[in-house]
Design a protein around this ligand. Structure first.
Ligand code: COA
Ligand code: AMP
Length: 648
């Protein structure tokens, strides 16, 4: 493909060309990323790409300034594409569809930014957004960015205590919410949850803006008394004036997105404005093959990184049309949902998680419902969030008749570490692999001592520093935790927490986490956080939580609890209480259902629970009794309860 014929501006048509491009991006990041920065509208053009003066912390475009909301909206209107669809809201839950043109979306964002400003929100302030999949979620994110404030979106499936933890850490100047979200068969009331979270966080005075939704109580007056300052979204907007985008340093934070780590307290991943805009804009053409006017459907949630990057920012930065889908892949009303969306909105690229595909396959193995729709607009299916098994990949590829492109990344990186760059060339796909490292990512497989392992050998997947633009710059309020969590295991590298190997063609195969993070239906959870909750129960002396394989959700959490001496509670009642405790403390998203009462947990002589050994048994691996074990008979007694197929 000639440079002129490639919308991403790269001369790539073979794997060798791509390898050369990738090598150039590593050897001369300044050149690569300054060229990519040309696709962004800057208030002050950057002259430098990489600033490593405070390594291992790296910053991108240190002398550039811009506004991300301007780049996502105003610039497209200014370029004469104001009448083009920016956002299509499609609610299978309500049977409602609404299209916002770029002009309409810009205007709504500018006015809501004015409403936030009236509440005192300004540059650098945090705005916590707890909203379901409604247009107001996108509007609130972009309005926050317009003011130069920092949003932190929290997924609606989290319970008040999780919301409170994020409020405590981010210390927002305002909370934006709605009266509720719609899950199949139930209404999820948000206002009591927000109220409870504010009380738990000892912050009842933070202003709350709430969007009233039909079918929900919206009794904000009930909360607005006392110290509470609750405002109705529509009223706030009716009083507000549109405000222009605020000029931001490229290195200023755009958002904080909390994600699960190995401990109970979530990590606030910080993303900047400039690097983010450059990297996402680059991926839209080069990885996803999506440009102005193309339609992208990312069936995730704005509360996750996939939603941030490829429901909201990526498509809008690229001047494309994004579909905001409020519904599930199955059951709303049926397993043909993705087919309907593709047909009705002429979707060019569909991006979803393997769990969603497995859910469709389970209820409609022949995919008759999807196939009953006109799928001719679709060119590619993208999958991320968890490992895509080869069976599901082959099945959905055959159903949709398009290439299935697995891509591997994390909340921390914000965009694919590995992908098959469909917008550059049709490089070979290998089932089971998310293909090749993206430009800027120097992927290395290391052994326990930090030495590179030979091709084909599994090890820790590490990324040689610096990370490319658009990746995390730090953890909110804690440079030390950033360093300890990611940069200290192997000097000069970012540790991904995933293990895997690279094959002879340089393709990466990601096998799973090396830590206590699990992935349930594409939702990232910490087993440590679930353990903390179980340990609160008065009958529990100690516990361990493992991620077990699950045919639908990839993994599911299973708890092993030891009772306090002398207590003999009814096991079924205890299990029900523990399941409810996790649901009310972490949220329904943990989908925690299985608890096993055990006599004891295997430990090292220094008293550490041997979780890794338990995980290996549960994964069906051969039992190797660690030399550090205190009492091998405990492990032997537990083994039958852990083996795959045991009734957990
Ligand atoms: N607000 C409140 N509750 C929520 C929620 C939200 N935004 N999202 C999920 N939940 C609840 C569900 O209602 C369910 O509650 P229940 O225990 O009362 O039934 C629970 O959390 C577990 O939800 P989920 O894991 O989504 O399972 P499910 O059985 O409802 O649906 C799938 C199964 C496969 C259809 C669904 O998991 C899915 O669409 N997965 C795709 C995941 C995805 O896109 N991940 C993003 C990463 S890219
Ligand atoms: P999250 O931060 O929620 O996006 O979760 C990131 C984690 O999900 C990664 O560290 C992986 O463990 C897993 N993951 C995401 N995408 C893939 C993929 N394509 N293949 C394998 N694992 C994946």
């Amino acid at each position: 493909m000639a440079a002129a014929g490639n919308d991403a501006g790269h001369d790539v048509s073979t794997p060798a060309d791509y390898r050369r491009l990738h090598a150039e991006s590593i050897a001369d990041p300044d050149r690569f990323w300054l060229a990519a920065a040309g696709a962004v509208d800057w208030a002050t053009e950057p002259t430098v790409a990489l600033d490593s003066s405070s390594a291992p912390f790296h910053h991108w475009f240190p002398d550039g300034s811009l506004n991300t909301s301007h780049n996502a909206l105003d610039r497209h209107v200014d370029a004469g594409r104001g009448d083009q669809a920016a956002l299509i809201y499609d609610s299978a839950m309500l049977g409602v569809r609404r299209t916002y043109t770029y002009t309409e979306l810009r205007d709504e964002v500018a006015v809501f930014a004015g409403a936030l400003a009236e509440l005192g929100v300004g540059k650098g302030d945090r705005v916590l957004i707890y909203l379901p999949m409604i247009p107001e979620a996108v509007i609130a994110m972009l309005a926050t960015a317009r003011l130069g404030a920092i949003h932190s979106v929290v997924f609606g499936g989290f319970a008040p205590a999780e919301l409170a933890a994020r409020i405590r850490d981010a210390r927002p100047s305002a909370v934006v919410t709605a009266s509720g979200g719609l899950e199949p068969g139930r209404h999820v009331e948000y206002l009591p949850a927000v109220h409870e979270a504010l009380m738990l966080a000892d912050s009842p005075g933070i202003p709350v803006v709430s969007k009233a939704r039909e079918g929900f109580q919206h009794d904000i007056a009930g909360y607005a008394g006392g110290e509470g300052h609750w405002v109705d979204w529509d009223e706030a907007v009716s009083r507000a004036r549109a405000v222009p985008p605020v000029d931001m340093a490229a290195t200023d934070p755009l958002y904080i997105l909390y994600t699960s780590g190995t401990t109970g307290s979530p990590k606030g991943v910080v993303r900047d404005n400039g690097g983010h805009a450059v990297a996402l804009t680059w991926t839209m053409q080069a990885v996803f093959g999506i440009g102005p006017g193309d339609v992208m459907l990312t069936a995730s949630d704005v509360g996750w990184v996939v939603g941030h990057s490829y429901i909201v920012y990526g498509p809008l930065l690229a001047g494309a049309t994004t579909v905001l889908y409020e519904g599930k892949p199955v059951g709303t009303p049926d397993a043909g949902a993705f087919g309907r969306l593709i047909e009705q909105h002429r979707v060019k690229a569909l991006f979803t998680a393997p769990t969603a595909l497995r859910a469709v396959r389970r209820v409609d193995p022949e995919a008759e419902l999807i196939r009953s729709h006109d799928l001719s607009s679709l060119t590619t299916l993208f999958s991320a969030g968890e490992r895509l098994d080869t069976g599901t990949s082959a099945w959905i590829g055959e159903v949709l008749g398009v290439p299935v492109v697995d891509n591997w990344w994390q909340t921390e990186t914000g965009w694919p570490i590995c992908a098959n760059p469909r917008g550059l060339a049709e490089l070979p796909l290998k089932p089971g692999s998310p293909s090749l490292p993206s430009p800027g990512y120097d992927v290395v497989i290391l052994d326990h001592e930090g030495n590179p392992v030979p091709t084909g050998t599994e090890g820790s997947i590490a990324l040689r520093l610096p990370l490319p633009p658009g990746t995390l710059t730090t953890l909110w309020g804690s440079d030390d935790r950033f360093r300890d969590s990611y940069l200290s295991a192997f000097e000069g590298y970012y540790t991904s927490g995933d293990s895997g190997y690279v094959d002879d063609d340089g393709y990466i195969f990601v096998m799973g986490r090396t830590d206590d993070v699990i992935n349930v239906a594409g939702h990232r959870l910490s087993t440590g956080a679930i353990e903390q909750v179980l340990a609160q129960h008065p009958a529990v002396a100690e516990c361990a939580v493992l991620g077990l394989q699950d045919p639908l959700k990839g993994q599911r959490a299973s708890g092993y609890v030891v009772l306090k001496a002398g207590l003999t509670p009814d096991h079924d009642t205890l299990k029900a209480e523990l399941v409810q405790l996790v649901r009310s403390s972490i949220g329904p998203v943990a989908d925690f259902r299985s608890v096993v009462v055990v006599e004891a947990l295997p430990k090292t002589r220094s008293g550490k629970i041997l979780r890794k050994t338990m995980r290996q048994i549960a994964a069906g691996e051969k039992l190797v009794v660690p030399s550090t074990i205190e009492d091998a008979s405990v492990l032997e007694a537990l083994e039958p309860l852990l083996r795959p197929g045991a009734a957990q």
